[in-house]
Design a binder for this molecule. Structure first.
Ligand code: SF4
Length: 241
């Protein structure tokens, strides 16, 4: 089967009886058996680093796909390098590699004037193009319910956008893990967490659109703060994966 052909319906028939206490490793194991072509986008936040480690432990040997918007913090790019060194069995792919604020992909301060448009060009489009080309039947995703009020109903498995005749699943093994559980896991296993996290940047995107979280705010409150925007467009909206 080529990447352009619809996915066989059989791959989407049975869902296991996962519950809130299901071990993420069991979810990942199911994902690897059911969707051998599963792939993993990542921005290397705390959730993403934990998922990456769990996936590697479960036997995932595929790609870790990062989109370089041109506006990432140096600490994020350094975290990516540390992870690539730690998990040589995984293939780290950078889309839009070499992007920079003055590369002409977007007008100078589009991130301030129209952040949806900026994300659409610099983040969503490169990943959409890549996934269209590769055609994976599922994505491993690191979102969790307690990250934001907009994510409180994330299931372990959700059927995503229709793409070239097939339905791409999003598999969220960390859906029920709390920030405390993620931090404990990262500490126990010595994972290379982005150092900005420990300065209050609990969710880290591009530097013009990310600030540290204040006491009492949810983990994603520092993303596009004051702009009425909560998602980049990969997981919500018309262009969601
Ligand atoms: S997070 Fe900000 S800088 Fe990054 S792509 Fe979106 S709008 Fe542009």
């Amino acid at each position: 089967m080529t990447a352009l052909e619809p996915r066989p319906a059989a791959a989407f028939i049975s869902l296991p009886s996962f519950g809130p206490a299901t071990d993420p490793l069991d979810v990942i194991g199911w994902a690897l058996r059911t969707h051998p072509d599963v792939t993993m986008p990542s921005a290397f936040n705390l959730n993403g680093v934990v998922l990456l480690d769990l996936a590697a432990k479960a036997g995932y040997g595929g790609e870790v796909v990062f989109v370089d918007t041109g506006y990432h913090f140096p600490e994020t790019l350094a975290t990516r390098e540390r992870l690539a060194a730690r998990y040589p069995e995984l293939t780290f792919v950078t889309l839009n590699a070499g992007a920079s604020p003055d590369d002409g992909q977007t007008p100078g301060n589009l991130y301030a004037a129209d952040p949806d448009a900026c994300c659409a060009v610099r983040k969503v489009a490169p990943l959409q193009r890549y996934l269209k080309e590769k055609g994976p039947s599922a994505l491993l995703n690191a979102r969790s319910r307690d990250q934001a009020s907009t994510r409180t109903d994330i299931p372990f498995v959700e059927d995503g956008s229709v793409d070239k005749g097939g339905t791409r699943r999003k598999i969220n093994p960390l859906a029920y893990w709390t920030r405390d559980m993620l931090e404990a896991y990262a500490a126990e296993h010595g994972l290379p967490v982005n150092p900005l996290y420990f300065d209050g940047f609990l969710s880290i995107g591009c530097w013009p659109c990310t600030r540290a979280v204040r006491p009492g705010e949810d983990a994603r409150a520092g993303r596009w703060a004051g702009k009425g925007k909560t998602e980049c467009g990969l997981w919500e909206g018309d262009g969601k994966l």
